[in-house]
Design a binder for this molecule. Structure first.
Ligand SMILES: Cc1cc2nc3c(=O)[nH]c(=O)nc-3n(C[C@H](O)[C@H](O)[C@H](O)COP(=O)(O)OP(=O)(O)OC[C@H]3O[C@@H](n4cnc5c(N)ncnc54)[C@H](O)[C@@H]3O)c2cc1C
Length: 707
């Protein structure tokens, strides 16, 4: 067998050194890194830097595309990496034990903390967040002083936590779960039980191999009364032997299509006993005498609050979506700058992909999305602390409801868009995008589940729609609701209204573009409300059927439009501050942001032109103007595209893609990586069986065939 060395010696580089196209495009614009950092880290870049240091220095964190592990090794590695991160971070946290709460309850700080691990490997980061956000935060939000020891054992790494809500037969419908926690007054214990196979806890991250303790959702049973789902801390494994405790069965959910380094498991409880103190009892409590006490008497409201307390996972998805799009785009746009295909006859060089309007149209709108999404998530992060401190205050339920409805819509819009963006980036890099070493496939496969967990997107949008209907109904009744973000809701009929701009210039004004989005959301909200009212007034129609029958083309569309409107509102606010000089930056950055704002609005309008044309709010001339302007904007954005993506996380040292090297040597990077990949020059293991004749093959006739 020819050794790698022989091959490399035989290899002759005959290509002249190509022009460094990446550098050429990079130098076309100067983007203000400080402003980009302000948007990204909201003043806490020092936290991000502290948490990325181990990724650069500890050899356990080799670059993802340089590892080719089987499933068990991959899972083992994920736990070890998580533990390594714990160890590296411990000095920061243990210097002041309040830091855990401070960082985990503040999404701005938590976002800054989580970015490095998340961009390094989504699976490792998930392991970390299941333990520290889902388990720890559940105890923090729903527990009391008696549960402090669990917070301590998780934060010191003496326990690994998991979060067990979903069952095999119930995910979105949490009320439908069947696991029970029955109070046994005689022994002052709860008996946790899985009544049948389909009620087994399923998909539980970390359960199958590593978690020692779980926050379990179960129906609280006292006597013969079911008080609905509550949360209980249930130990799972003996910490000396790591064996599953008697009375519990745990297994693995099998291979997944992404994040397969997480050991998702199923759990069955066979009358497993826990002390009464293990019930998280901030909202409801069971006394020694077996009396149920609750601060929130309405069981639906109670469950909503229990679930509301764990929305941190959702707000992380909202914030990570633009960052993952940024990673994908950094790969795809650098590639587009370096990769040439086709050219005019007689031209010496072929054309770089980034010059093609079609390529620009596929990728640049996602560049615009990034800013709309980052600004939208920042608005949520800023408001979260103030609103969530009243999470369990019944008087603050209007603002909690608004926050929840907005988060629900943004989680859906952002995670869906990120999924489409990663797919487009993959395709935009052609066959080389399909290579594992491009990293695009890894990002996409790992991202996919974000659309489903932390609340399925389509189900979450129903909650947004429900809130918006409540707002307009209150308006119709003349009630003034105190809202933060719903000033756009109008009870004046908008059906049949036309956009008021008189000229093309007026149409393209920032304020007018924002109005276009206001109009769409009002139109969809008023139509949905009318349709619902019509159905509900028909007493033969069950309210649930009325609700479901109003989803398609109405409520679902409305909830999505609100998420888009929210992003446009935040982007608009930001642009006004840039233009007025309230935010100071250089001319290139102002130009880039202004172009992207317009591109964002116009491509979103173009994608839903049918709705805007409905009732002639926009005319066909508007449609033409929008398309022509998009084309013009694409050409203008090109000059900023590479400079922009290069401001995004991660830095060069941690950036991991064979097809987007920062030095501009695309083909050198690919050849180098492929030549040195495992088994690049070997032959198939059972090669002798490849050529063994199939059982019924006739005798070899080579050389004897008739001519
Ligand atoms: C990799 C992975 C890890 C996970 N980790 C955990 C974990 O650690 N802990 C945990 O508790 N759970 C976990 N989950 C479970 C996850 O939260 C659920 O999968 C999610 O809530 C969706 O529930 P489901 O799978 O039962 O889907 P379903 O609720 O069955 O939904 C299936 C489809 O039906 C649609 N649908 C449902 N209801 C309606 C309706 N009323 N109207 C219209 N359409 C509807 C949904 O939009 C969806 O497309 C994990 C899941 C995965 C895949």
């Amino acid at each position: 067998m020819l050794s790698r060395l022989n091959i490399l010696q035989c290899h002759v580089t005959s290509q002249p050194a190509p022009e460094n196209l990446l550098d050429k495009y990079r130098k076309m614009s100067t983007i203000d890194q400080k402003l980009m950092d302000d948007i990204d880290y909201l003043g806490y870049k020092n936290i991000t830097e502290m948490f990325e240091a181990p990724l650069k220095s500890d050899p356990v964190f080799v670059k993802e595309t340089h590892e080719e592990l089987n499933r068990e090794q991959d899972r083992e590695a994920a736990v070890m990496k998580m533990k390594a991160m714990y160890n590296h971070l411990s000095p920061y946290f243990f210097e002041d034990m309040n830091r855990y709460e401070e960082v985990f309850t503040d999404p701005i700080k938590f976002n800054a903390l989580a970015i490095p691990l998340y961009m390094y490997n989504q699976g490792v980061s998930t392991k970390y967040t299941v333990n520290l956000v889902l388990f720890y935060m559940t105890v923090l939000n729903l527990g009391t002083a008696q549960h402090e020891k669990w917070k301590e054992s998780i934060s010191t790494g003496r326990d690994l936590g998991c979060f067990a809500l979903t069952e095999l037969s119930h995910g979105s419908n949490v009320r439908g779960i069947q696991t029970t926690a029955t109070y046994d007054q005689e022994r002052d214990e709860f008996i946790i039980n899985t009544p049948n196979d389909v009620a087994m806890k399923f998909w539980i991250g970390g359960a199958s191999k590593s978690a020692t303790v779980s926050a379990v959702f179960a129906n609280l049973i006292i006597g013969d009364k079911n008080e609905g789902p509550h949360v209980f801390i249930v130990p799972l494994r003996d910490k000396k032997t790591y064996n599953v405790l008697p009375g519990i069965i745990i297994g693995d959910c099998g291979k997944k299509v992404g994040q397969d380094n997480i050991d998702n498991g199923f759990i069955l409880f066979n009358n497993f006993r826990i002390p009464r103190e293990n019930m998280l009892n901030k909202m409801s409590n069971v006394t020694r005498e077996g009396k149920f006490e609750t601060k929130i008497p309405n069981p639906d409201h109670r469950l909503a609050l229990i679930l509301g307390g764990i929305s941190q996972g959702r707000i992380l998805i909202i914030g990570f979506s633009p960052r993952i799009i940024g990673y994908g785009l950094k790969i795809a746009l650098r590639f587009a700058a370096m990769r040439r295909q086709f050219g005019k006859p007689g031209d010496k060089e072929e054309i770089p992909l980034i010059e093609y309007p079609l390529h620009q149209y596929r990728l640049f709108p996602y560049l615009a999305n990034i800013f709309a999404f980052k600004l939208a998530s920042n608005e949520i992060y800023y408001n979260w602390n103030e609103i969530s401190k009243d999470l369990f205050d019944t008087k603050a339920q209007q603002s909690i409801g608004e926050l929840h409805a907005t988060i629900s819509s943004l989680k859906a819009i952002h995670s869906w868009t990120a999924m489409r963006a990663l797919q487009e980036c993959r395709e935009a890099c052609g066959g080389l995008g399909y290579s594992y070493y491009s990293k695009l496939g890894i990002l996409r496969a790992n991202w996919d589940v974000q659309q489903t967990w932390e609340g399925d997107n389509n189900v979450l949008l129903q909650q947004t729609a429900k809130y918006l209907l409540d707002v307009i109904q209150a308006k119709f009744k003349g009630k003034e609701l105190k809202t933060r973000w719903q000033q756009w809701v109008s009870s004046e009929p908008v059906e049949g209204a036309q956009n008021e701009s008189k000229t093309d210039e007026e149409f393209l004004q920032d304020d007018n573009l924002l109005k276009v989005f206001y109009h769409r959301s009002n139109l969809l909200l008023q139509r949905s409300a009318m349709k619902m009212a019509g159905k509900v007034s028909d007493k033969t129609v069950h309210p649930l059927d009325a609700w479901n029958d109003t989803q398609v083309f109405n409520l679902h569309h409305l909830a999505k439009s609100y998420g888009e409107l929210f992003g446009v509102m935040q982007f608009h606010k930001f642009i006004q501050k840039l233009k007025s000089g309230e935010i100071k930056t250089n001319a290139d950055t102002v130009e880039a942001m202004t172009l992207l704002f317009q591109l964002h609005c116009l491509t979103r309008i173009e994608a839903d032109l049918g709705t805007f044309r409905d009732g002639d709010y926009l005319t066909s001339e508007h449609g033409d103007l929008i398309k022509q302007t998009i084309l013009k904007l694409l050409g203008q954005v090109k000059r900023h595209a590479i400079a922009l993506v290069e401001t995004f996380y991660p830095s060069e040292e941690l950036f991991d893609s064979m097809i987007a090297p920062g030095n501009g040597d695309l083909y050198g990077s690919i050849i180098n990586r492929i030549y040195y990949s495992k088994d690049a020059f070997g032959k198939i293991k059972n090669w002798d069986q490849c050529l063994s004749p199939v059982a019924t093959a006739p005798e070899a006739t080579t050389g004897k065939s008739k001519q």
